[in-house]
Design a binder for this molecule. Structure first.
Ligand code: GLN
Length: 540
């Protein structure tokens, strides 16, 4: 059994329960079975005797247990059926020790908080953790324990001592501590203050031996809805390409996604979507593959269409770009991924049903993408527009210019034969597309954006080739930041870590209705069904 202990620092009502539930949900999404224990350091035996106005709802379990409302969160988030013993209170622990004392179990001994109360706590946790609560046989893999209250409270001290001992009892490799603390933002410039958390951690370390490393710190911003919290902890990107599953075929793109995800402190999950499976023909020929592909696309936080050649899967890629555009899902189109985004726009928005690239249809009446004049049709090898070329920003307040650090131009690597038809630019721009980056002549399109979309960017070049660990590609960073729904974390300098979002930004706030003791309002029902049901992504 692995144990994850969640404690709170500075103030109550920070969302320890939601954090603990979210961690449980992520572990479940990784295929692990999870149980949970809530510790309430009050003397009431259970929540049944407490006023809901003071302590929040009394949650009722199958076995009749009247428990803290956090158990309701666990049951809903994790789809568990908990028992009354999954809610430990000071009252229950003392009662069990005093009952034993009366029976004479400790005969001759002085009964003390340490070791008798602390031992009773540990034995209780170990016993209850083994009870299956997910309808399956045998114990779960992980037990998430939430300690109510705030570190430093006198009443939680026996629990802190007991849990410190417990970490040695079960082995340090089986025990992980998560401390949820407040980092207030005090002024308009959004400076974060860590002092209260420093004090809280010092108290925690004084009572145990918690070790902190910078990479173990995760920032969770205020969100509009608690059900977004698990989503903040990971990011799912759908890669819509021809060679799905052949990760080496898109190695640099994968690495670039990884660099950006690390910078955004998100765990990257890449779902491969075979472009052809999104097409209407698949709906008839292989309905299951069609449904699976669309489920993956719809489950993604962001969509990436990488470069490619030849017409197989092109229609599917166009459908993916259309889906991302219409549903405001962050989209990055690279090379062919940019070209198909332009074709899609011409078809859907300009009503040019026949719009195409001459690479795929030489007879098209609306050639949005055409063979470059300087190309060779007779020699295929080494005759593309290759290598580093300069892109000049024509629009300065566009997303990509900001991502690159407000520079006037960028050098990126190229590999293509076709380009967006310069003669169709004014029509496309009048319809809302913005060609923000161009080559030195101004006639070759390098970067296209949709200003009305959170992040819809197409580039003729391949930014993945210049992405580095610790110095992620600006445009991949833009994709991942937007996919995390933290567009304001987009840094002003290429390669720098995203800045934390200050309160009061467009990210919004948690809408909470505090009870008298500061317990946050928690929705009575909710479901994350479907969020994790979309196939087996490749985890990085
Ligand atoms: N086939 C397209 C072209 O040659 C796109 C190339 C690519 O995506 N690398 O222009």
């Amino acid at each position: 059994m692995k144990y994850v202990l969640v404690t709170g620092g500075v103030v109550s009502g920070l969302g320890k329960g939601v954090t603990a539930s979210s961690i449980g949900l992520l572990l479940q999404a990784c295929g692990l079975r999870v149980t949970s224990i809530k510790i309430d350091p009050y003397l009431n035996t259970d929540a049944g005797t407490m006023s809901p106005f003071e302590h929040g709802e009394v949650f009722v379990l199958d076995d009749g247990g009247e428990v803290d409302l956090d158990l309701g969160n666990y049951e809903r988030f994790l789809d568990l059926t908990l028992t009354r013993d999954n809610n430990i209170t000071t009252g229950k622990i003392y009662q069990s020790v005093i009952d034993k004392e009366r029976k004479g179990d400790y005969l001759g001994k002085t009964v003390q908080v340490v070791p008798h109360i602390t031992d009773a706590i540990q034995e209780w946790i170990e016993r209850v953790a083994m009870v299956p609560v997910d309808g399956k046989e045998g114990p779960a893999d992980v037990c998430v324990i939430e300690l109510g209250g705030t570190i430093g409270d006198i009443e939680s001290m026996p629990f802190i001592e007991a849990l410190g001992q417990f970490s040695y009892r079960v082995g340090r490799e089986n025990f992980c501590l998560i401390h949820v603390s407040l980092v207030p933002v005090l002024n308009v410039v959004g400076e974060q203050k860590t002092k209260p958390t420093q004090h809280s951690v010092r108290v925690l370390r004084g009572q145990g031996d918690g070790l902190l490393q910078a990479e173990n710190i995760v920032t969770l911003y205020d969100v509009l809805n608690i059900w977004h919290i698990p989503l903040l902890l990971r990011v799912r990107i759908a890669m819509v390409g021809k060679y799905t599953g052949l990760s080496d075929a898109y190695l640099s793109v994968l690495k670039a996604l990884l660099h950006a995800s690390v910078a955004c402190r998100r765990k990257l999950v890449v779902d491969w979507v075979a472009a052809g499976d999104l097409e209407d023909v698949t709906a008839e020929e292989a309905p299951e593959a069609y449904k699976a592909a669309w489920d993956l696309l719809k489950g993604a936080d962001g969509v990436l269409v990488p470069g490619g050649f030849g017409d197989r899967g092109v229609q599917g890629k166009i459908l993916a770009a259309k889906y991302a555009r219409e549903n405001k899902v962050p989209y990055l189109g690279i090379c062919l991924g940019m070209q198909i985004a332009v074709i899609e726009y011409a078809r859907s928005v300009l009503g040019m049903a026949d719009a195409n690239s001459t690479e795929f249809d030489s007879e098209t009446t609306s050639p949005c993408v055409i063979f470059m004049p300087e190309g060779s049709k007779t020699h295929m090898g080494g005759t593309m527009r290759l290598g580093s070329r300069r892109t000049y920003f024509k629009v300065n307040d566009c997303k990509s210019a900001k991502l690159y650090g407000n520079v006037a131009s960028v050098d990126e690597r190229h590999r293509h034969r076709y380009e967006v038809n310069p003669d169709m630019i004014s029509q496309l721009e009048n319809a809302g597309l913005s060609f923000v980056g161009r080559d030195e002549t101004g006639r070759r399109m390098e970067i296209v954006e949709l200003p009305t979309h959170p992040y819809f960017v197409g580039v003729q070049f391949h930014p993945e080739f210049k992405s580095r660990p610790g110095k992620p590609s600006a445009l991949f960073l833009g994709l991942i930041s937007a996919a995390c729904r933290q567009p304001n974390t987009i840094p002003q300098n290429n390669g720098h870590l995203p800045k934390p979002v200050a309160n009061g930004t467009s990210n919004g706030h948690v809408t909470v209705k505090p009870h008298q003791n500061g317990h946050a309002f928690k929705p009575s029902n909710g479901s994350l069904n479907g969020v994790y049901s979309n196939g087996n992504g490749v985890h990085f």
